[in-house]
Design a protein around this ligand. Structure first.
Ligand SMILES: [Zn+2]
Length: 151
């Protein structure tokens, strides 16, 4: 069972240490490499090799969409989802795998829970989310266009 409160606390801790909510800045401060790469069939992935943590993000997707992917992969890196050797975590939207769900919450919390109001259209058009994803992640549309967290 994924504990949302713990993930929220972790995000707050990471943000206060880095003095930034920007996933790119946090990666830099934590020594996590970000590589852009032309990828055919995935938006990004994360791996750790010889102690070096690396996030690879698809250079074909928009800057804001890349932010979402980096935030998700940063979640894997920070939550220690790299116990096994020779693993690669590929970005997935609808996986029920516990680590994937945790990384999604981490990413959403980091990018969206900053006190700013986000519109439904913004989440879809700017950040490339899907309606079903927004529903699953517990984002609710309040009124016409304002979003809030269910948790
Ligand atoms: Zn993942």
């Amino acid at each position: 069972m994924v504990n949302i409160d713990n993930i929220r606390k972790l995000v707050n801790q990471v943000v206060s240490e880095a003095r930034s909510r920007c996933p790119r800045v946090i990666c830099k401060r934590k020594g996590i490499r970000i590589k852009q790469k032309w990828l055919e069939d995935t938006e990004g992935y994360y791996y750790c090799s010889k102690g070096i943590k690396t996030i690879v993000v698809n250079s074909r997707i928009s800057y804001d969409r890349q932010t979402m992917v980096i935030a998700h992969e940063l979640g894997h890196a920070i939550m220690g989802h790299d116990m096994s050797t020779n693993f690669i975590r590929t970005y997935t939207r609808f996986s029920t795998d516990r680590y994937e769900v945790e990384a999604n919450f981490f990413g959403f919390e980091l990018v969206f829970n900053n006190g700013e109001e986000r519109t439904y259209d913004e989440l879809i058009d700017k950040y490339g989310l899907e309606k079903e994803e927004i529903r699953q992640m517990g984002l609710l549309v309040c009124g016409q266009r304002t979003l809030a967290w269910r948790f």
